[in-house]
Design a protein around this ligand. Structure first.
Ligand code: ADP
Length: 399
């Protein structure tokens, strides 16, 4: 037998065996293609634009019968959708008749349109813009742009409320100043002129307080107040605050007692700002306590979370560590539960009539910012007719 004649056959046989083995071990679907597959063709209606994919506004292309044909990644975030989007109807994705009808109408009318979409739970507002696109086949695809405007609306509302409150707060003392000064111009008897002049001085003080509080609040909110932290003796800070409020308390025969351990731990604070917090709370306590009443200011060190359950009403999300818990207790008019919930809001006043001396309604908003700026929390307990206690925490110098 001539072996030379067999070689080509042997070689071909070996090649076939090798191919069969390779094929079995590595079927076609597992093998990497030699060239990458071509990028999928964008649907014909899509402006082949990477910008749409990168927009932080939700974009979807919807057929005239309300089926989503294509969408960008931001749409999932804006509409908070997890699953499949393309091929689904708007109704099944968003469960909103209004949006579904709006898109279908736009396709029918073949003209641009806009709407506001409001969702409950959680409450959100979205601005929806629809642009119909007529395809060569005369079918219509609607490009829908959806933007979450909840935060923008909230900020706008807060800005409007703020302007209304400020103008209201300014109008009252300005009107009083106008009447008082007109009276003086009319040359009344000297004792009346003297009384008017004193009232003008009071109104100017109130206006100055308002402007100072507004300035403080705007600086704090803009993050422009940098707290200058240093270690300070807690007992001294309390004694200084009592000394400053003393003349006012004395006028109304109100006594103020301090309660704390002699060796209470020092705090890490901005001295001026903590003084402002204490003075503001003491000032309110004096303002709402009847003549002859009493006010207690106490301080003690607490370890969190070990003691949090013991301190009634303490916010559960309080940070751990060692804190000084301050409490300012008065036996004044008290604050009902309904008002307690809003007491730290800007310009919130419970009842003008019951106040001794006027206020801006900004004091507690500033106090809360300052306490939280130190890392602490502020809260209160109160019983109408019996009195109020404001609590707040400040880190000890060892935290
Ligand atoms: P204001 O500068 O007008 O006092 P605050 O922000 O300090 O404003 O207080 C808001 C409202 O909370 C006050 O109008 C007052 O009605 C109420 N309030 C604050 N502290 C007390 C308190 N110790 N007892 C009773 N009511 C208080």
């Amino acid at each position: 037998m001539n072996l030379d004649a067999l070689y080509p056959w042997l070689f071909t046989g070996a090649a076939i065996v090798w191919l069969v083995i390779t094929w079995q071990q590595n079927p076609p679907e597992r093998r990497a293609p030699l060239t990458p597959p071509p990028a999928p063709e964008p649907p014909p209606f899509l402006p082949n634009d990477i910008a749409v994919e990168m927009l932080d506004i939700g974009v979807m292309y919807v057929s005239s019968d309300g089926v989503v044909l294509h969408h960008n990644p931001a749409l999932r975030t804006v509409l908070r959708i997890d699953g499949v989007v393309d091929g689904q109807t708007i109704m099944s994705l968003v469960r909103d008749h209004q949006l579904d009808e709006f898109v279908r109408d736009t396709a029918k009318k073949r003209s641009n349109d806009e709407m506001q979409l409001h969702q409950r739970n959680p409450s959100r507002s979205m601005r929806v813009v629809a642009r119909p696109m007529v395809l060569p086949s005369d079918d219509v695809v609607v490009m829908v742009l959806i933007r979450d405007v909840t935060q923008i609306n909230q900020l706008e509302r807060a800005r409007r409320d703020m302007i209304v409150s400020i103008s209201h707060e300014l109008r009252t003392p300005l009107a009083a100043l106008k009447i008082l000064s007109d009276t003086i111009v009319s040359q009344p008897p000297p004792e009346i002129a003297q009384r008017m002049a004193l009232r003008i001085s009071d109104e100017v003080d109130a206006l100055t307080r308002l402007v100072d509080d507004l300035h403080d609040l705007s600086q704090i909110e803009a993050g422009r107040i940098a707290l200058q932290y240093a270690q300070h003796d807690t007992a001294t800070l309390i004694a200084q605050a009592i000394e400053r409020i003393h003349p006012q308390a004395e006028t109304h025969h109100i006594s103020i007692q301090a309660h704390h351990a002699d060796d209470i731990a020092p705090v890490m604070v901005d001295r001026g700002r903590l003084g402002q917090v204490l003075l503001n709370l003491l000032h309110n306590a004096v303002k709402f306590t009847p003549d002859g009443g009493s006010i207690d200011i106490s301080a003690r060190v607490i370890q969190l979370p070990a003691e949090s359950a013991e301190t009634a009403g303490m916010p559960i999300d309080h940070s751990e560590g060692e804190w000084v818990l301050f409490a300012i207790r008065d036996n004044g008019v008290g604050i009902s539960l309904e008002h307690q919930a809003r007491i730290f809001e800007r310009f919130y006043k419970v009842d003008q009539a019951r106040t001794r001396g006027s206020g801006t309604g900004l004091g507690l908003a500033i106090v809360r910012y300052l306490v939280e700026g130190h890392g602490g929390r502020i809260w209160l307990t109160s019983t109408v007719g019996s009195g109020t206690t404001f609590f707040f925490t400040i880190p000890t110098a060892t935290l």
